[in-house]
Design a protein around this ligand. Sequence first.
Ligand code: PMP
Length: 441
Amino acid sequence: MPLDRKPAPNDLRAFWMPFTANRQFKQAPRMLVSAQDMHYTAADGRKVLDGTAGLWCCNAGHCRPRITQAVSGMVGTLDYAPAFQMGHPGAFELANRIIDIAPEGLEHVFYTNSGSEAVDTALKIALAYHRARGEGSRTRLIGRERGYHGVGFGGISVGGIVSNRRVFGSLLAGVDHLPHTHLPENRMTRGQPEHGAHLADELERIVALHGADTIAAVIVEPMAGSTGVLLPPKGYLERLRDITRKHGILLIFDEVITGFGRLGSPFAAQHFGVVPDMITCAKGLTNGVIPMGAVLTSAAIHDAFMQGPEHVIELFHGYTYSGNPIASAAGIATLETYAEEGLLTRAAQLEAHWEKALHSLADHPHVVDIRNMGLIGAVELAPVEGQPGKRAFDAFLRAFEAGILIRVTGDIIALSPPLIITEAQIDELVATLGKVLKAGS
Ligand code: PMP
């Protein structure tokens, strides 16, 4: 564009929108112009109740003064500091605060700028860790069908979403996938499903096939969010932990969605009582305000690089913005807000109300499954024949018009409101969704 030509605000071509159907999406995007607490304001001035915490990230609600002030204060104090061999106090303070709320045994923080980078970082740490301990043959990585681990090459390789993988060639070599745990016999379960713990035993099959000494790590979301809120069956994560431990395989929980209170504990690992060797997180770490992610590791992993003979390899890895001062300030203010308002356990208090409200939609047209846990839930619709995804996408459009923001993936409607939501707002969200479903075809 010539320099003298100012872009017209209604010229929408230059911005290549992410995760937006490239050819099918012809209508003007729904524009959001401001936000406060539980609501967005759309360009036409309408208030929209946020049923998704932005994109599973604004756990304390929007534009919270403590966080925005911390960010603007730091912008004018220390805009940037290089992360290599240098530092600034905020990054160290935030790391300690994260470890204070992390599961027992996770003691170190490696900063990234997103969930995708956290995943690729964790996979690299896993490979380098085994090599540092003289087990360099452990190079195989194991993900799971219907897993989402961001969009880096590592993340799409271990991830299990076909459309995210199929146009990008052969991806990482030596990756296997466990089966997903989304079983029809668990339909309409309230809370954690009963059936499917045995699916963790598939890992034994992969071990028998390749040998444990070739396997570096298993990565799963303790609860798969992006592919439609798929809950872990009772006993499944425990079994995965036992099998990985038995074979010296690292277990990574991708908690980019579940981290920071979504299930009623700081991390899902605490909720399920299963501690992995690493946790990846992002999103709620800064309340979505400034991009930041992190990998939390066990002392054993950290020590493998920090101790031992001189020839042991280093972890040579990092990002220009690892532990960025402004993101660190946002993170500290966010964790203070969570602590002060009891938000990391609030989902547990609201869970019974949330469950009852969501399941009241069971008899609505086309609803085939409802799932819930903590402050997350899904309403799955029967697809229109020959047009998968259409029914839920139509519901998304009507919901926005009706004043609620929901998220859809395929024919699944996912809900994950900010943790500050009140019971009355839960009722409003669900009642509006109910009307939207009734009006659908
Ligand atoms: N892992 C999980 C479990 C996620 O849900 C997401 C994002 N939805 C990511 C990784 C990727 O995070 P980002 O978009 O910040 O790269």
